[in-house]
Design a protein around this ligand. Structure first.
Ligand code: PAF
Length: 295
């Protein structure tokens, strides 16, 4: 399958590397320089498994990823408007998969002309080492759900590499994104403020107490989510990515903008709508916003 990937940060490189083993991948990074390096060196995926390098093609965006059979958008939620401008010029029959944290991108997807839109959630831990190298710090799966339309090519994607880089198709995109947003709301702000890897939220008993307090606040907002399933899911993600620094911690360290609004901002809006207090989460939100402002 010909797959185009818009964005070549940690997530873009991870998907480019793994999918490049089995499909014909073209990367669309933001800069000419990264496109040149990707064409020359391919993508190297390192981590807990034997490292591998695959050849990929690359073109600097805003070249239209028009001739692809699937386009995957991996840029952060707050950078989506650039990707949306490209997608608006593309053949609307080409399916597009969005891999963003949070729920904030849904209104933008509504406006796109695409006939087939999928959304996905990423459970792998990934860290960009340089323009062509990514470390996979923990292996999970990619959950997918249709946001609009249907696509029979999904079968080929699901069968790509079920044992080493699994994809799973779920029936309800809203529940899927909510569950991931919930996990990110618990893991990302706390790890960013405490400056610790994901695993420590479970193994340090004091951090674990705060982690549990955030869980209790957030689970009370969503009576539709099963308390036990959510606890198992979030602690499972923490364990699988125990050696990973969350994307929010990485952003804070780099002095970059974080996804706090798409993640905890969404939780605070939900709490306000439901007239509930979530004081620990509200404090974490302010701390991350404060760190962003300092940078
Ligand atoms: O945002 C992140 O870092 C990731 O979604 C996850 C799964 C929490 C791993 O760090």
């Amino acid at each position: 399958m010909k797959i185009g990937i818009i964005g070549a940060g940690a997530v873009g490189l991870l998907y480019g590397g793994w999918l490049g083993k089995f499909h014909e991948v073209t990367m669309f990074p933001r800069t000419k320089e990264q496109a040149r390096l990707l064409n020359e060196k391919g993508i190297t995926v390192k981590g807990g498994m034997s490292p591998f390098t695959v050849s990929v093609k690359a073109q600097e965006t805003p070249v239209s990823p028009g001739t692809q059979e699937l386009v995957i958008v991996t840029v952060k939620q707050y950078d989506l408007s650039g990707a949306a401008a490209i997608l608006k010029k593309m053949d609307t029959a080409i399916p597009v998969l969005f891999l963003q944290n949070g729920m904030g991108h849904l209104p933008l997807l509504e406006e796109l002309p695409q006939e087939r839109i999928l959304v996905g959630t990423v459970e792998h831990g990934a860290a960009r080492i340089d323009a062509v190298t990514v470390a996979q710090n923990g292996r999970g799966k990619t959950n997918l759900a249709f946001f609009r339309g249907n696509w029979e090519g999904i079968a080929a994607l699901l069968e790509t590499a079920p044992d080493v880089f699994p994809f799973r198709l779920l029936p309800d995109y809203e529940i899927m994104l909510l569950r991931k947003c919930f996990a990110n709301a618990m893991i990302n702000p706390l790890t960013a403020v405490l400056k610790v890897k994901n695993g420590l939220l479970l193994t340090n008993p004091h951090y674990a107490n705060v982690f549990r307090a955030v869980f209790e606040e957030l689970i009370a907002l969503f009576p539709k989510l099963s308390r036990q399933e959510m606890w198992e899911e979030v602690t499972g993600i923490c364990r699988n990515t125990k050696e990973n620094e969350s994307s929010m911690l990485k952003d804070v360290k780099k002095g970059a903008r974080t996804e706090i609004d798409a993640i905890l901002g969404f939780m605070l809006e939900t709490a306000a709508r439901k007239e509930k207090e979530i004081p620990v989460s509200a404090a974490l939100y302010e701390m991350v916003k404060g760190m962003e402002r300092r940078n």
